[in-house]
Design a protein around this ligand. Structure first.
Ligand code: ADP
Ligand code: MG
Length: 321
């Protein structure tokens, strides 16, 4: 790399850096504080999930980064370029797949990508139109009008459009809403590959399972406020718990002494629920205690704690403002 390159050409540690971001929508009705001082950092190379219930402020945050919504206060930097001080630089560093499927119905995918490349000043010799269409599974539709494409295809075309100028940061706002499972897998395979090759991904989704599988870091916002921001592994560790439900062979009036150490709950229909931490208490120890209590295990099931439990815990604690 050229040592005399300007500061903006160096590779930053943080792909996105947001500090005290506030957005107040003022319209005809009552004003709406959609973001209330959000600060977060997206490390370069990460696959970052921004989660939150409907109306939490996810799209507002992303649209501020995309230059589509004007913030009320705070700062944001994309690839070390301040969105106010270096608007052009910030824009060049980011590709955004918006939540809405807004596509000109009379453009073909090939034309659309060419126009987009032109807008970003990508020289003809450097355009990768077919390569990108190939990657999102639209090569055979390169010359079909956008209006003839299915919802899933349009979504993938928007991803292709966001990648035309090869931005180091790709932002996807609910990209799989309304996309069927198979196409979702295809879309994720492509986005994962981009991430593997170094593109930083910032994703909002309300499919928590998807976020759990894809994202290495997750931020959760609720009513415009950050309520969690950590690695996915650490978030899941916060509630390292499982529930074991055992159906026994007889009615229990009280907790048998052999089981007391696990503080079980007695439930109707001869069921006993034990909450435990698998990393601390192996399930075999609990099952041995049932045997020691002289109980026959007729049936059992375990329930995992997943991102959904954590999400609900963090987003149900606050009431709407
Ligand atoms: P999310 O993407 O997490 O569902 P949004 O960022 O779209 O949330 O919305 C956050 C809040 O801001 C919501 O209460 C929404 O109704 C409100 N909001 C979004 N856009 C506007 C707007 N243009 N004018 C007024 N309020 C808006
Ligand atoms: Mg949204």
């Amino acid at each position: 790399m050229n040592s005399s390159a300007p500061r903006s050409r160096t590779i930053p540690d943080l792909a996105v850096e947001i500090d005290g971001l506030v957005k107040v929508y003022r319209g005809r009705g009552p004003e709406k504080r959609a973001l209330d001082g959000v600060s977060l950092a997206v490390p370069r190379g990460s696959f970052f999930g921004l989660l939150g219930p409907n109306g939490a402020g996810k799209s507002t945050l992303i649209n501020i980064l995309a230059g589509l919504v004007v913030k009320t206060a705070g700062t944001a930097r994309i690839w070390d370029r301040d969105i106010d001080l270096d608007q052009r630089g910030a824009k060049a560093a980011i590709g955004v797949v918006p939540q809405e499927l807004n596509l000109d119905p009379f453009f073909t995918p090939r034309e659309l990508l060419d126009v987009q490349a032109g807008m970003y000043g990508v020289p003809k010799s450097e355009r990768r139109t077919m390569e990108i269409l190939e990657a999102v599974g639209l090569a055979d539709k390169a010359d079909s009008y956008a209006r003839t494409l299915s919802g899933g295809m349009r979504r993938r075309l928007l991803v292709a459009k966001a990648m035309v100028h090869s931005p180091p940061v790709l932002v996807l706002d609910e990209p799989t809403a309304g996309v069927d499972i198979q196409l979702r897998q295809q879309l994720w395979a492509y986005v994962r590959e981009l991430n593997r090759r170094g593109t930083t991904i910032l994703l909002t989704t309300h499919y928590l399972e998807e976020a759990e599988q894809l994202c290495d870091r997750i931020a959760i916002i609720n009513h415009g406020t950050l309520v969690a921001c950590d690695t996915t592994a650490n978030l899941l560790k916060r509630i390292d718990g499982k529930a074991l439900t055992v159906t026994v062979d007889r009615d229990l009036a009280e907790v048998p002494a052999a089981l007391a150490q696990f503080s079980p709950e007695l439930r109707p229909e001869r069921r006993v629920v034990v909450r435990y931490h698998p990393t601390v208490t192996p399930i075999s120890r609990i099952l041995d205690a049932f045997a020691a209590a002289g109980l026959v295990i007729m049936d059992l099931s375990t329930e995992e704690t997943d991102l959904e439990d954590i999400f609900l815990k963090l987003t149900s604690s606050k009431t709407a403002s």
